[in-house]
Design a protein around this ligand. Structure first.
Ligand code: HEC
Length: 217
């Protein structure tokens, strides 16, 4: 009898502790949900203390947007390279979901563009090209606080020694800013080359009135 009482006495605090723990968990979960709802793409950009953008290690888990082959425009395509190169565009998942909803990019959107060799005769193939070595990596972010002019900043993770882990914004005089501002279909982005997103922008009416498919830079 004494044993039962004792056991009973001990059971109450355990239950209480469990109850408190589950309330705390529920509260934390609710808080994280409401924080996420308020700031859909927030906290997704990582800068160093000196304001350099950190190269994201996981961008290949982001949403794949498109590939271009042998695109010739701007400095990402040096004229001396004889073979065409592939480029692959990735965007942060939160920003992608917002684009599907509204046809616009939210603040804290980030794009990653990687350039890869276009290889021939890798294995069984005797025609066609497949993607090979990583050649370059560039990024753009929509961050109104850091880039108050039109909200977008451009970065290059390239260096003569290979990719760097973090990069300062390219200066406003870099050609990235002007080409992306004047030749793009939606905001500062080349949605005209992103087939599924271009359809979304057409449907939601978010293509810039200045966009002219016949115009060349
Ligand atoms: C002459 C025009 C031009 C210049 C200059 C240019 N780009 Fe682009 N950029 C493009 C085009 C066209 C695309 C479409 C994607 C593709 O190539 O498949 C693009 C795509 C991108 C994307 C993917 C997101 C988006 O905006 O659509 C990033 C990131 C990017 N460029 C970064 C840069 C950076 C960084 C620089 C400067 C070092 C730069 N670009 C210079 C034309 C340009």
């Amino acid at each position: 009898m004494r044993w039962v009482k004792r056991k009973h006495r001990e059971t109450i605090p355990v239950k209480t502790v469990l109850g408190i723990a589950s309330c705390a968990f529920a509260a934390a979960f609710a808080w994280s949900l409401s924080a996420a709802a308020q700031t859909p793409a927030a906290e997704s950009l990582s800068y160093s203390a000196s304001g350099e953008l950190i190269r994201p290690p996981d961008y290949r888990e982001w949403v794949y947007v498109t590939s271009g082959l042998g695109m010739t425009y701007g400095p990402a395509q040096a004229a001396a390279e004889p073979a065409p190169l592939f480029d692959n565009v990735f965007v942060k998942p939160e920003a992608y979901r917002e684009f599907l909803r509204s046809g616009t990019w939210p603040d804290k959107t980030m794009f990653l563009l990687e350039v890869r060799d276009a290889d021939t005769n890798v294995s069984i193939n005797n025609g066609g090209r497949t993607q090979g070595r990583l050649v370059r990596m560039e990024a753009s972010v929509k961050d109104r606080q850091r880039f108050p002019d039109d909200g977008w900043g451009y970065f290059s993770f390239d260096s003569p020694q290979g990719l760097v882990d973090q990069a300062a914004p390219l200066p406003a005089t870099a050609t990235c800013y002007s080409c992306h501002k004047t030749n793009t279909a939606v905001d500062n982005t080349f949605v005209q080359f992103y087939p599924t997103l271009f359809d979304v922008a057409k449907r939601l009416g978010t293509i810039k009135p200045t966009y002219d498919p016949a115009k060349k830079p």
